[in-house]
Design a protein around this ligand. Structure first.
Ligand SMILES: Cc1ncc(COP(=O)(O)O)c(C=O)c1O
Length: 425
């Protein structure tokens, strides 16, 4: 169904050329399949290179001389490009060192200023968002309500979230897409249903894992907060980014006192980081321009992300079902995709795989010996125990390629998977 959405071989090559180290590990000079992009995505060459020269300038961007104005333009451009990513026509952009810090700041500000007795989140959240809610619920004596996951979809159903919300709910925190199952939540539907119960409900969304695979749109899904980390979105480490609605931005928060009430900048911004984010948007727009005549930056960006999502669904379908020459994960004996939702509409390219009866730590090593990098998600990890428990599982592997990969990369991975599965019999 999605096969026709795969990029042409020519475009695939152009894409690969724009990223560092797609097919090899530069340390050992060996070919490899890096299927661990949920831990940190491939870096765009332009995003890495955009930074360093900006940091060489001593000029403060707030001054009014030539190089200062140049740096200030870079900052402003980066801020505008973050708005393009979120489709934020209003609200405020906040940054911190990590996406987690942005999330804790948003949740703290809401709980300190909004009346209510309970806070709602889901069992699927990364500790980054789950613990922000848990920590402040505990600190301010709010009841913590946690929506269950669905084994059918690998996500959390809107109905299961909404049944926990009432007039006394301080906030809802829900992720855009899971870093374990790849399930993408229907944020528009969740917002609509949640606000049917409490029209002024504050809603924050962890966008970290969806950023590289799909579209954010805070105009269509008017949440109060959303975050992402550029290093999981073709860019670099060292910054977390957040969108805040006007009403959230204007709540009392940590601030230099004489700045405007909606100012979230604490201290000096970093032009190099903003230049790097602009390169992410430039890249996605370039990709979009291969498919549409539109000239608007958001339109190009949306088209680019849409095409990335479609190509990745083509890869996902191939991974799950295989082809005539190589069986997919669903057809390799001893291997199971779990949870595995048949409908790919709301699935990002992150796949949980179980080798029945095997030690997944050992399996990861087997893959590495064959040049494939992926992640074990064991019950002993604080990042996965709650999530695995919610699905009744006790461990898995996480396989996370990226749109930079082509069908031949998936086939190679499937051949190796079959070989490892057979060696265990
Ligand atoms: C879904 C999700 N949310 C949040 C985070 C935290 O991001 P950061 O480490 O940039 O704060 C991660 C990191 O893996 C993640 O996967």
């Amino acid at each position: 169904m999605y096969e026709k959405e795969l990029f042409s071989a020519e475009l695939q090559k152009e894409i690969k050329d724009r990223f560092y180290y797609v097919d090899c590990d530069p340390h050992i000079g060996a070919k490899r399949l890096f299927f661990e992009n949920a831990g940190g995505s491939y870096r765009l060459k332009a995003a890495v290179e955009a930074g360093s020269d900006k940091d060489a300038y001593p000029d403060c961007p707030d001054r009014d001389h030539h190089s200062a104005r140049w740096l200030n333009d870079i900052l402003n451009r980066g801020m505008e490009d973050i708005r393009v990513i979120f489709n934020a026509k209003s609200g405020v952009i906040a940054t911190d060192l990590t996406a987690t810090q942005v999330m804790f700041n948003m949740v703290r500000t809401i709980v300190q200023n909004v009346e209510g007795t309970n806070m709602v989140t889901t069992a699927l959240e990364h500790p980054s968002a789950f613990d922000a809610v848990n920590y402040y619920a505990d600190k301010y004596g709010k009841e913590l309500r946690v929506a269950d996951t669905s084994n059918e979809t690998g996500g959390v159903e809107a109905e299961d979230i909404v049944k926990l919300i009432d007039r006394d709910t301080v906030l809802l925190s829900v992720m855009h897409a899971s870093n374990f199952s790849g399930a993408a939540m229907n944020i528009e539907k969740i917002v609509r249903m949640a606000r049917d119960i409490k029209p002024d409900l504050y809603i924050v969304v962890d966008g970290v894992q969806h950023a590289a695979h799909g579209i954010f749109d805070v105009e269509k899904a008017p949440v109060d907060g959303m975050n992402f980390g550029p290093y999981k979105f073709f860019g670099c480490r060292g910054i977390g980014v957040g969108y805040l609605s006007d009403r959230l931005a204007n709540l009392p928060h940590h601030k230099v006192i004489r700045k405007p009430q909606n100012e979230w900048r604490l201290g000096s911004p970093v032009p190099m980081q903003m230049a790097s984010i602009t390169e992410i948007v430039n890249y996605v727009c370039w990709l979009g321009s291969r498919f549409t005549q539109s000239q608007g930056r958001r339109e190009l960006f949306e088209e680019g992300m849409k095409r990335i999502g479609l190509h990745e669904k083509g890869l996902l379908e191939r991974m799950l079902d295989g082809t005539e020459s190589v069986p997919g994960l669903r057809h390799i004996s001893g291997v199971k995709v779990c949870p595995d939702c048949r409908d790919l509409t709301n699935r990002d390219l992150i796949v949980p795989v179980v080798f029945e009866g095997a030690d997944h730590g050992e399996i990861v090593k087997e893959y590495e010996r064959r040049g494939v990098i992926l992640r074990e998600t064991p019950m002993s990890s604080m990042f996965f125990d709650r999530i695995l428990g919610s699905f009744g599982m006790d461990g898995a592997l996480r396989v996370s390629p990226l749109h930079c990969h082509g069908a031949e990369d998936i086939d190679e991975y499937l051949k190796i998977t079959k070989e490892i599965a057979e060696s265990l019999r």
